[in-house]
Design a protein around this ligand. Structure first.
Ligand code: C5P
Length: 298
């Protein structure tokens, strides 16, 4: 019997369409209601067997090739859970900007969990898989399914939503200002005056289900005000996006990446070219609904 010895998997980024911060919890995390959507910006991961029972990582961005990498921790967590000795080499071809509010590290971790379960034929119940994912990070459970989902609790309570994407947001321009932002810092300095009660996320859920009209003010991110105030480069990028012709600009997660929706490709491309000429890192993207088809076995 031929056994596979190499696994390729695509690991998609996300944006937060809404992010209501409901309040601070006794454990230091914050309760959220956030609508997340995967977009077609992705890293490619290759998994292959090592002969020495070790978990190793190489990465196109060498600073990520360490044992702290969430993808490595995902593989280690699975090995521990099943008392396995199998080694694995994780090769990470990064395209999703790092510490950018696009969930790249969390997505890589979820992709490794899913791929290794398939490759090593591990039977992990959905609740155990969720618990393992949540132990790695608040956003990791979302990436087990991806698509469009409402994420609550600290982000780990995921309700997948039917794919419904408005034509007004057919194209998404992602702009990554040239700084990194630590999520923990953004949450640490968040004043309670930026808390909301989940109204925005609920309203956008209703609109995406076709039961009401999408109001732009409901594409609200409770972290945005603080990030724009604290990081002038992000405020400047927002200004430049609006000046280049975007009509709506929002922060994704804790930033610094900003996104702007467009209904027409040509308009999105014009704005993209102008921002690129100004020196910005810009990605033209769209909502995507990953399926099992993104795992490729050799
Ligand atoms: O869960 P994760 O490790 O991705 O979170 C990074 C940091 O962001 C946490 O240590 C915490 O400070 C902050 N955070 C939060 N509330 C959340 C998610 C993250 O305060 N719901």
């Amino acid at each position: 019997m031929m056994t596979s010895n190499m696994f390729f998997v695509q690991s998609y980024a996300k944006i937060n369409l809404t992010l209501d911060v409901l309040g601070r919890r006794p454990d230091g995390y914050h309760d959220l209601a956030t609508l997340m959507q995967t977009v077609d910006l992705y890293d490619t991961i290759c998994l292959s067997a090592t002969t020495d029972q070790s978990v190793r990582v190489t990465c196109t961005q060498p600073e990520l090739a360490s044992e702290d990498n969430l993808a490595v921790r995902a593989a280690q967590a699975l090995r521990r859970h099943f008392s396995l000795k199998q080694g694995v080499l994780i090769e990470l071809d990064k395209h999703i900007p790092i510490a950018a509010g696009l969930g790249g590290g969390s997505s890589n971790a979820a992709a490794v969990l899913l791929a290794l379960c398939q490759w090593w034929q591990l039977q992990l119940s959905p609740p155990d898989m969720l618990a393992l994912a949540a132990s790695l990070g608040s956003d990791v459970p979302f990436f087990l399914t991806g698509g469009l989902a409402l994420c609550e609790g600290r982000g780990e309570r995921v309700t997948p939503l039917a794919p419904q994407w408005p034509a007004a947001m057919r194209w998404l321009l992602l702009v990554k200002p040239a700084i990194s932002v630590a999520t923990a810092t953004v949450f640490r300095y968040l004043p309670s005056s930026d808390y909301t009660d989940g109204t925005h996320s609920r309203a956008v859920c209703e609109a995406l289900a076709g039961r009401s009209k999408l109001q732009p003010e409901n594409l609200h991110n409770g972290l945005e005000r603080g990030v724009l105030e604290r990081y002038p480069q992000v405020a400047q990028a927002r200004e430049d996006m609006l000046r280049a012709g975007a009509s709506l600009v929002r922060l994704s997660g804790s930033g610094p990446t900003l996104f702007a929706p467009f209904s027409e490709l040509l308009h999105a491309t014009q704005v993209q070219q102008q921002l690129h000429a100004q020196g910005y890192e810009v990605y033209l993207s769209r909502a995507i609904y990953p399926s099992g088809g993104n795992v490729c076995l050799f």
